[in-house]
Design a protein around this ligand. Structure first.
Ligand SMILES: Cc1cc2nc3c(=O)[nH]c(=O)nc-3n(C[C@H](O)[C@H](O)[C@H](O)COP(=O)(O)OP(=O)(O)OC[C@H]3O[C@@H](n4cnc5c(N)ncnc54)[C@H](O)[C@@H]3O)c2cc1C
Length: 466
């Protein structure tokens, strides 16, 4: 049984684990906290954004996830951090710390990084004078600003941040408190949140939004926090003093990726904000290393997307680790039609879903996974200029394959040969193609184990007969 390592036991990591387990992998999840569930454990409010879970808090949903995983043989190491990930050949080896003990585990075929985000904390204020005098308990960061205690207590609260979390918190706080909001630039929250604050203010002003504003200094005196703010938008920088009982810091989240530099051989490519860069299938720049959830999703964080991306990663791993017959034997294709001065364009493993096959179950299933390989000897291996117009652009052939597949959606093919022919015809629309080969593979088509498919050469001279 092949082994997969998952770093992070939040929704994305657990979802990847479940899917991989169901695909037949042995799965190990390494989770830094004492229990899995990720940020959901810190969501004390009802999360009705997840279909089917209305009236359930984030914490309850996390508990349900854990229960589901307990029904499987997925191994979760809690309170554990990976300290080293090493690549040896095609396998990954991990070293981790458990109860102060250094433990090694080897021969993982793949690894999913699902380490999520951390909310920004008092560090945001580190250069502001007076910060050290403010009692720690009066600054509530991230999820701590949403506890019942936080929501009930203060008369006046300063909410720092301009995104969804800050406005959601302000909306909730408005019920009991006077809210001052400090927004560094312009509010970025969803329209419905901004509108709800406007609506509250229309009946009675409860929330003061200070846009384009920064905190100059903080002062703590007689159980009150005095906040000096300044507007950065106006030239003559107006200064103002606010008095509040506590501060809710909701200044966003940062991806948990810094640890990867320390523990991995080589660098995982991240974007300018530290989010892991992945392809459409969840693959990172390292073969065998995948990423899922908020850590690789700067634009679509959330439980639903984390669950979906975990499942997607698992599916990709299943496919990548079980390469089709075609991929394994690709070298054969490479030798055909090789001539001096010719290069060989190949489009390997274009994965599509189609209704194809003569067996009853294939007709019933409707969407079978099919892998397509197209090989085209190009007419010039050594272009005169470093210019795409000098050679055949292979992307156009991927488009050709997809065009054929899209056209056939909703229809059923009995024969792979029919599909191959249609693909060949579409590719021959490029005048430069004289010859091509199409391979179509149905992974595990026979007995659920054996890949089966066809490989057909096509010549332009036979085009009229196709
Ligand atoms: C207060 C609050 C309210 C929210 N409300 C909603 C909502 O209503 N709807 C919604 O869709 N989303 C909501 N979210 C966001 C949602 O919880 C996250 O988008 C989701 O949990 C992301 O899942 P994830 O698995 O990608 O990451 P996370 O949930 O962050 O999980 C990552 C896990 O990786 C672990 N980890 C990190 N580093 C390491 C390491 N080095 N080694 C091992 N483990 C590591 C962490 O401990 C964590 O358990 C809310 C979040 C908060 C905090």
């Amino acid at each position: 049984m092949e082994k997969v390592l998952i770093i992070g036991g939040g929704p994305a990591g657990l979802s990847a684990a479940l899917w991989l387990y169901k695909y037949g992998f042995e799965v190990l999840v390494v989770e830094a906290e004492k229990r899995s569930g990720g940020l959901l454990n810190k969501n004390y409010q009802v999360n009705d954004w997840l279909l089917g879970t209305y009236e359930k808090t984030g914490q309850t949903i996390a508990q349900q996830f854990r229960k589901h995983i307990k029904k499987t043989k997925i191994k979760i190491l809690q309170d554990t951090k990976a300290t080293k990930i090493r690549f040896a050949g095609k396998k990954l080896h991990i070293e981790y710390l458990k109860n102060g003990k250094r433990i090694q585990d080897s021969n993982f075929s793949a690894c999913v990084i699902a380490s999520g985000l951390s909310y920004r904390n008092e560090d945001v204020f580190k250069n502001i004078s007076g910060i050290k005098k403010i009692p720690e308990k009066l600054i509530r960061c991230g999820p701590e600003a949403f506890t019942l205690k936080a929501l009930r207590q203060p008369k006046r609260v300063l909410v720092v941040g301009g995104g969804d979390n800050a406005f959601e918190n302000a909306r909730m706080m408005c019920k009991r408190s006077r809210v001052e909001m400090i927004v560094r630039s312009k509010p970025r929250a969803q329209k419905h949140l901004l509108d709800s604050i406007k609506e509250i203010n229309n009946s009675k002003k409860r929330c003061w939004i200070h846009e384009n504003t920064k905190i100059l200094s903080l002062n703590y005196d007689k159980n009150k926090i005095r906040v000096q703010i300044t507007s950065s938008a106006k030239k003559n920088k107006i200064k103002k003093m606010l008095t509040v009982d506590c501060i809710h810091l909701l200044a966003g989240y940062l991806p948990n990726t810094a640890f990867l530099n320390e523990i991995m051989d080589g660098k995982i490519v991240v974007d300018a904000n530290g989010y892991i860069s992945i392809d459409d299938f969840g693959r990172t720049n390292f073969t065998g290393v995948y990423a899922a959830g908020d850590v690789s999703s700067p634009n679509f964080s959330g439980v639903v997307t984390a669950l979906a991306s975990g499942a997607k990663c698992a599916k990709t791993i299943e496919r990548d680790l079980n390469p089709s017959f075609l991929q394994k034997h690709y070298k054969g294709l490479d030798k055909i039609n090789r001539k001096a001065g010719y290069s060989y364009i190949y489009l390997d493993n274009i994965q599509v879903e189609l209704s194809i096959g003569v067996y009853q179950y294939e007709k019933y299933l409707r969407n079978l996974d099919v892998a397509i390989v197209v090989g085209i000897p190009a007419n010039r291996a050594k272009p005169n200029k470093d210019d795409i117009n000098e050679v055949i652009n292979y992307e156009s052939f991927v488009e050709a394959v997809r065009k054929v597949v899209d056209k056939q959606q909703g229809k059923h093919f009995n024969l792979l040969e029919t599909l191959a022919k249609l693909i060949a015809k579409e590719c021959f629309k490029n005048e430069n193609v004289q010859y091509l080969e199409v391979r179509i593979n149905k992974p595990k088509a026979i007995d659920g184990r054996v890949d089966a498919g066809v490989e057909i050469p096509f010549y332009r001279s036979e085009l009229s007969k196709l």
